[in-house]
Design a protein around this ligand. Structure first.
Ligand code: PAF
Length: 282
């Protein structure tokens, strides 16, 4: 039997409320589709923590900048539904743009200083778009918990803060980054990498690992960050938006390594932007 789907908030709530009356716990995994192993890991994790898992697929126009790939973003609804069903989802929520942003829609959610550094510098408005849609989806799904990947670590922090600040009654669960065998973090945008670009991409995680080793040995973090940028550019990256050591708690700049320090990077290979981050201490 095919995975049940709903397309309206009304129908989503009706199903979730029925499950709730039966005493079931609801897990939720919001996605933009073009699903890969990383997403399926989130669905499986939600399934370990809840009785019923709802997956939403919605390519959110508000989190794409005017020059970004909203129109070209891969859309594979049929294949996605099969994948999430295989990973144990009980329901898919597939809203239209009008269902999420009806005519006259005005509200934007902004999450203070957490949206400013790292991707916030290069993608103005992106995290406001993410926070807005996630607030709406969490309100629509009325789930007990929602799972997000640590690959988008800044997004995870923004969502945690928003949920706390707005008293949204869902537990936010972070899931470790899923990687390809050569270390590249799983991402829907990896599908854009053509030929040699896929080989170049693996330099990103390898560089982060090498820098982290040296950071643990006590090398100066700013110098390591400079070195890391050079390594990426010398090995085929066409641009580096940032490569920075920051606190994994509040994204403040890290001058020394402590238990919460993470290394964050975003770089370009041709038209494809890749991001990654790793914890520095063991
Ligand atoms: O990480 C994503 O895929 C998106 O940013 C999210 C959380 C589904 C919001 O559109």
């Amino acid at each position: 039997m095919a995975l049940p789907t709903v397309r309206t908030v009304k129908d989503l709530r009706a199903q979730v409320r029925t499950w709730r009356r039966e005493g079931l716990k609801i897990g939720f995994v919001p996605t933009m589709g073009a699903l890969h192993e990383g997403h399926l890991t989130l669905v499986r994790l939600a399934g370990e923590k809840a009785d019923k898992v709802v997956v939403s697929i919605f390519v959110n126009p508000k989190q794409f900048g005017p020059e970004e790939d909203f129109a070209a973003y891969p859309r594979k609804e049929e294949a996605d539904l099969k994948l999430v069903e295989g990973a144990g989802a009980a329901l898919a929520f597939l809203p239209s743009i009008e269902e999420i942003y009806p005519e006259g829609y005005l509200t934007t959610v902004s999450v203070g200083q957490l949206v400013r550094p790292l991707c916030g510098v290069f993608r103005p408005g992106h995290f406001e778009g993410v926070a807005t849609v996630v607030a709406k989806l969490l309100n629509a799904a009325e789930a007990d918990l929602a799972v997000f990947g640590e690959k988008d670590y800044q997004q995870l922090l923004v969502i945690r803060q928003m949920v706390k600040d707005l008293n949204i009654p869902a537990e936010i669960v972070g899931a470790p980054t899923v990687r390809e065998p050569d270390g590249l973090a799983a991402s829907s945008r990896n599908a854009y990498l053509k030929g040699d670009e896929r080989q170049i991409a693996k330099v990103l995680p390898r560089t982060l690992i090498a820098l982290i080793k040296q950071a643990r040995e006590g090398k100066e973090l700013k110098e390591l960050a400079r070195k890391g940028r050079d390594v990426l550019l010398r090995n085929g990256f066409t641009g580096v938006d940032y490569l920075e050591f920051r606190s994994g708690l509040d994204l403040s700049t890290a001058d020394d390594v402590d238990n919460d320090t993470r290394l964050f990077a975003a770089g370009w290979i041709g038209q494809t932007r890749l991001i990654d981050n790793m914890k520095v201490s063991d």
